[in-house]
Design a protein. Structure first.
Length: 283
């Protein structure tokens, strides 16, 4: 009698808990909360979107600002959209390193053992990375207000500029997913991302006008997607006049090209990123 009761009690304790069916949205949000919890436990992970952007703002505004001339605008106001675009481009670093770490440590394998969609891992990682980068945008906006930056052309245009910035960040996240899935180590991720994304953000109109560049370099810089985004934000915020007739087409229609470049990058890179992630996590 006692043995039967003990066996029944043990069987009841070891019974597998009931699994609830959840949708992709709920699964993705669970991954987002998991990633954000890491930031709360490791606040030093926010240095790339807090301390680093502030350093760029202060250095370029007060150290280099006196040597860089911009037509029809204050350099401090002219500068801030460029640093914001650079910070959003660096969001690809965050997702690439985070995803590569999860794959190497077997976290993704544990997720695969659960009854969840594999897509929820990528969606959760991309959303949390976008939130991470958005913190930096808020920090830089407050820093910009402190040094004299203002939005002059109304709330709607101001929000549209922020929307283009987030759209560009979403496109860059897919680049991070591709690199994080394809590279085999954190060192490889850092090396590839630094030697590609970092020069791209400087070979643009982020920190200096393109008018004074040599002709071939100016052409490259003005067709850079980062330049379209930066010019769009400057015009929408009233921080700079419209580009002149001698500028390249993307700078004469910056809002259209900023959105177009972002959609094109996402459309081209996303399938490659998903394929690389599936191949890496199926090995």
């Amino acid at each position: 009698m006692t043995t039967d009761t003990t066996t029944a009690a043990t069987t009841q304790e070891l019974r597998r808990p009931e699994l609830r069916q959840t949708g992709l949205l709920h699964q993705s949000w669970t991954i987002v909360r998991r990633n954000l919890r890491h930031i709360r436990r490791q606040p030093e992970a926010l240095t790339d979107v807090t301390i680093q952007p502030i350093m760029f703002v202060v250095l370029f505004a007060f150290v280099f600002g006196g040597s860089i001339q911009t037509q029809g605008s204050n350099y401090r106001e002219w500068l801030l959209p460029g640093i914001m675009a650079q910070t959003m481009a660096f969001s690809s670093f965050v997702v690439a390193i985070g995803l590569n770490t999860d794959i190497d440590k077997g976290i993704v394998d544990r997720f695969r053992s659960l009854p969840i969609s594999r897509a929820s891992v990528l969606i959760g990682r991309s959303i949390s990375s976008l939130i991470h980068s958005s913190i930096g945008i808020v920090v830089m906006s407050l820093t910009g207000l402190a040094i004299g930056w203002r939005i002059h052309d109304g709330v709607l245009d101001g929000l549209l500029a922020y929307g283009l910035l987030l759209l560009f960040g979403f496109a860059m996240i897919w680049i991070g997913i591709l690199v994080g899935s394809a590279m085999r180590s954190i060192e490889a991720v850092n090396g590839l991302m630094f030697t590609t994304i970092f020069p791209i953000t400087f070979l643009a109109n982020t920190f200096a006008p393109t008018e004074n560049m040599t002709p071939w370099l100016r052409t490259v810089a003005e067709w850079n997607p980062v330049s379209s985004l930066v010019q769009a934000m400057r015009e929408l915020w009233g921080n700079a006049p419209a580009a002149g007739p001698d500028a390249a087409l993307p700078l004469r229609h910056p809002e259209l090209f900023a959105a177009g470049w972002s959609v094109l990058i996402a459309a081209l890179v996303a399938p490659l990123a998903v394929r690389a992630f599936n191949r890496r996590t199926s090995e």
